[in-house]
Ligand binder design. Structure first.
Ligand code: GLC
Length: 521
């Protein structure tokens, strides 16, 4: 029997921008509950909700001030329990974000830690003496620009932060920290959550000897300043595997196969270690490679073959087109190819994760400098690193602020998004929403597309093709995707089941930007 998450499709909710229920311009838990119909109608199986915890919002919720509560902007623990109950009632599972690497600097643990060098919590974070010149202990860089070390003048030491100075890194080498953080998992598992997406897990440990990171010869002007250095000493250190195994032991102690997904931006060979020894690590280490691979048939076919070949025995794959940190797929590839990409995502072998708004075909929203909220853009402006453009409110209907809020939204609803609202698309067979629903329902009807093996992955010019086989009856489905803008002939034949163009298509030719699923004879 496959596990529920192998056949599932996951949908990422970025709660600030999903649906507001109380007019403060910020989405909330009651808002998510109000939109469960949209998610059910779409045909997904689980939602992963980005952080909902109390936060001073230096990094919009990824700076957690209390891991075991809900920020008042999002609601209350009672609202959370009600959302989980309502989601479960309609067959949807709920995953939370688990921000393991760091806390907010307002977290009581950090307040104690910085209070004095002798505080029992001092060693809960990573404190070091200044370097010989009085500057930072070494050259490590923050992902968001600048040094990864900030001096605390009161105690005369620097603390380490992989991200913002307001996000001090926890010291996972301290067993008390591990225990406290594993208790956080238990807190939410006891409340009925079905699993977690573990944030920034590749950053959990750093080199104990504090050796400098070497320069990266591939860095070019225009790239993130943090990329000037290779992160050999600050990322993907060996100890991370035992920490992940400890998380997994906790989640395995609960009934119903609670799911652990890990966020680790790593090359394929290193990512595979995150499944753990004997698959006792993450069920799904996030596979982001579709986001970074050039959009050509040859490159994507090569990626699928390499990734499939690298999977450890018995490991289950997963695929992602976008999230709250990266330019939206409709902007990266353009509208017509975003439809082809949707078919790819939902017909590859493995668990897909959708990011809210992908199903509406939303593109990035340009944010004028005076409205920028993302600290990354504020600290490193003008390089296109800011994430506000992918975090704007979801347009729901033809109403003020597209039905997202009755107040003033915290980021603007994109002008180009207004006509794409969900209510309009629900009645338009040519819409992206219609295509996503059709793909998800085909995937549900055809176990070949969710659970079946994948074979014959190849690129023929602009055409990417592969075959999925029904594990029960051996029926074979050919997926043929035209990644180019010219018509392409297809050999073979068979019966088309779905075209990205909304009709059934023709099994002997692909129109420009068309994807087809064809049942082979
Ligand atoms: C992860 C999150 C990102 C956040 C960072 C720091 O990469 O996806 O949004 O800024 O971790 O927590």
């Amino acid at each position: 029997m496959p596990a529920w998450w192998q056949g599932a499709v996951i949908y990422q909710v970025w709660p600030r921008s999903f649906q507001d229920s109380d007019g403060d311009g910020v989405g909330d838990l009651r808002g998510i509950a109000r939109r469960l119909d949209h998610l059910r109608g779409l045909g997904i199986d689980a939602i992963w909700i980005s952080p909902i915890y109390p936060s001073p919002l230096a990094d919009f919720g990824y700076d957690v001030a209390d891991h075991c509560d809900v920020d008042p902007a999002f609601g209350t623990l009672a609202d959370f329990d009600a959302l989980v109950a309502a989601a479960h009632d309609c067959g949807l599972r709920v995953l939370l974000d688990y921000v393991a690497n760091h806390t907010a600097d307002t977290h009581p643990w950090f307040a104690a830690s910085r209070a004095s060098r002798d505080d029992p919590r001092r060693d809960w974070y990573i404190w070091r003496d200044p370097g010989p010149d009085g500057g930072p202990p070494n050259n490590w860089a923050s992902e968001f620009g600048g040094s990864a070390w900030t001096l605390d003048p009161a105690t005369g030491q620097y603390f380490y932060h992989a991200y913002l100075p307001q996000q001090p890194d926890l010291n996972w080498r301290n067993p008390a920290v591990q225990d406290a953080m594993l208790d956080v998992l238990r807190f939410w598992l006891d409340r009925g959550v079905d699993g977690f997406r573990v944030d920034a897990v590749h950053h959990l440990f750093e080199d104990l000897e504090l050796r400098d990171n070497p320069p990266d010869p591939d860095w070019r002007p225009g790239m993130s300043p943090a990329r000037r250095l290779r992160r050999d000493r600050t990322m993907d250190q060996p100890e991370v595997q035992s920490a992940i195994a400890a998380m997994r032991r906790v989640s395995d102690g609960y009934p119903g196969q609670r799911l652990l997904i890990g966020e680790a931006w790593l090359p394929i060979d290193r990512l595979m270690a995150y499944y753990g020894v004997d698959l006792a690590g993450f069920h799904l280490p996030f596979n982001f490679h579709l986001i970074t691979t050039p959009w050509t048939a040859a490159a994507v076919a090569g990626l699928v073959r390499r990734y499939e070949a690298a999977l450890p025995q018995g490991a289950w794959p997963n695929w992602v087109l976008g999230n709250h940190d990266r330019s939206r797929v409709a902007s990266r590839l353009g509208g017509p190819q975003a439809r082809v990409a949707a078919m790819l995502l939902l017909t590859l072998r493995g668990t897909p994760t959708l990011y809210q708004g992908e199903e509406l075909g939303l593109a990035d929203v340009p944010i004028p400098p005076e409205l920028v909220r993302d600290p990354w853009e504020q600290r490193v402006p003008g390089l296109g690193l800011g994430r506000d453009p992918v975090r704007t409110p979801i347009p729901w209907e033809d109403a003020p602020q597209s039905g997202f809020t009755s107040g003033t939204p915290w980021l603007p609803v994109g002008a180009d998004h207004r006509p794409l609202h969900a209510a309009a698309q629900a009645h338009d067979p040519d819409s992206m929403l219609w295509l996503y629903r059709a793909l998800l329902s085909l995937r549900r009807r055809e176990p070949a597309l969710s659970l079946g093996p994948i074979a014959a992955v190849e690129a023929l010019g602009d055409v990417l093709r592969y075959i999925r086989t029904d594990p029960a009856d051996g029926r074979r489905l050919l997926v043929a995707l035209n990644l180019g803008d010219a018509e392409q002939a297809l050999d073979g034949g068979g019966t088309p089941l779905l075209s990205t163009h909304g009709d059934f298509g023709n099994p002997r030719r692909l129109r420009p930007h068309e994807g087809l699923v064809i049942e082979l004879d």
